[in-house]
Design a protein around this ligand. Structure first.
Ligand code: NAD
Length: 279
């Protein structure tokens, strides 16, 4: 049995399913992608999201703005999109320039169109286990990846390294729910954690979301553990994860590659969120 968790293949299956449903809709779902400034990483993420839309029949509109865009102008644009019935999802690519308050921007998006799942209403629903909300794409993608790979999560010790609002915290909130595919015992580690090594080594499922190439080495992994590498780091012109993949491979039972693991699932979940209130 291969140890690789093929996120690309699983994401393609989900996208095929979305495409079939979108095909049957007369008015196609619409996703607005808002990009402020010219951060090259942001541009490449937005392009990948646009390609995902094209592959599934979702109509995407890329709105590009200069770095100097005023906060009030961005908020006005979001309000227009909130009112536009052809738009089902609004995604403001982060990070924003420092003069724009990200919290204000997230609050301005209609929670029903908040396909990133960052609006406080959706964050609250996630924590409460209320499935009427929209879930953040990367953590939900990890949950689905584990489910589709038939990796048992219930009762297992999931250790997440990283406590960001977009990966670590929401993943903990999702996997601890009393719901199918969840019921994990979750520990979050971060930059101030003591005994990180011992905690990581106690994980049945270890999730690396740090943003530091090769941070997780073989000394941190329990033999037979499942390893989920969320990291996307650019090192020597290559994309690498947070895990020393070659060294980890002999120890783990299963592992996600970078690229081709969590990344494609994030996009598949974004497309699913865009269609959530249409299917
Ligand atoms: P972040 O910088 O917001 O958070 C990093 C976390 O790592 C922090 O909570 C910090 O406490 C923790 N950390 C840093 N140094 C540590 C140390 N020495 N020991 C323990 N913990 C430490 O990052 P993020 O936005 O959560 O992203 C993490 C990584 O995941 C990045 O590489 C990012 O590019 C990637 N990412 C990938 C996807 C995807 O779709 N695959 C989506 C989002 C983020």
């Amino acid at each position: 049995m291969t140890k690789l968790i093929d996120g690309k293949k699983i994401a393609e299956e989900i996208m095929r399913d979305i495409k079939a449903k979108v095909t049957s809709l007369e008015q196609k779902p619409g996703l607005a992608l808002l990009l402020v400034g010219d951060n090259p990483a942001s541009l490449s993420y937005v392009r990948a999201k646009k390609r995902g839309c094209a592959a599934t029949g979702i109509v995407s509109t890329l709105l590009e703005f200069p770095t100097a865009l005023k906060e009030s102008e961005l908020l006005a644009k979001i309000e227009d999109l909130n009112q536009d019935p052809s738009i089902n999802g609004i995604l403001v690519q982060l990070p924003l320039p420092p003069h724009i308050d990200e919290k204000k921007v997230m609050l301005a998006i209609d929670p029903k169109k908040d396909v990133d799942g960052f609006h406080p209403l959706n964050v609250g629903k996630m924590l409460l286990g209320d499935s009427s909300g929209l879930l953040p794409c990367t953590p939900q993608g990890i949950k689905v990846l584990l489910e589709k790979s038939q990796i048992a999560v219930a009762g297992k010790h999931v250790v997440i390294i990283g406590r960001s609002n977009i990966v670590g915290k929401p993943l903990a909130a999702i996997l601890m729910q009393k719901k199918p595919g969840c019921n994990a015992t979750v520990t979050i580690c971060h930059s101030r954690t003591e005994n990180l090594l011992a905690i990581a080594r106690s994980a049945d499922i270890l999730v690396a979301a740090i943003g530091s190439p090769h941070f997780v080495g073989p000394h941190m992994i329990k033999p037979g553990a499942v390893l989920i590498d969320v990291g996307i780091n650019r090192a020597n012109g290559k994309i690498v994860g947070d895990v020393d993949f070659e060294a980890a491979l002999p120890i783990v039972s299963q592992i996600t590659p970078v690229p081709g693991g969590v990344g494609p699932m994030t996009i598949a979940m974004l497309l699913q969120n865009t269609c959530k209130h249409r299917f």
